[in-house]
Design a protein around this ligand. Sequence first.
Ligand SMILES: [Zn+2]
Length: 100
Amino acid sequence: MDKETTCDRCFKPVSELSEFDDGRKLNKTYRAMYEGPAIDEYEQILSEYISEAHPGEIWEDNINELEAKYGHEKVDKAFFYDQLSSTVGSSWECINCIDK
Ligand SMILES: [Zn+2]
């Protein structure tokens, strides 16, 4: 038996879901990979990050300084958090979840 389609957000099977006005049970929306509350500590690290291009396409940033100040792991996580927050993917959601 095929696995029943579920809402991407609450994972309820379509048979348990209410219909939208158009009769469908799931509609497509877009969401950031991370949409939890802003994490102040990571926001702080990101706000202190500086990356500049110099002549000859040499990029200079202050990542070493940040790692010295906050530790490698935290800086790593801050960038991961930034990446997830700015990556948007499609999501099929039920009437209870969409637009929330
Ligand atoms: Zn749902």
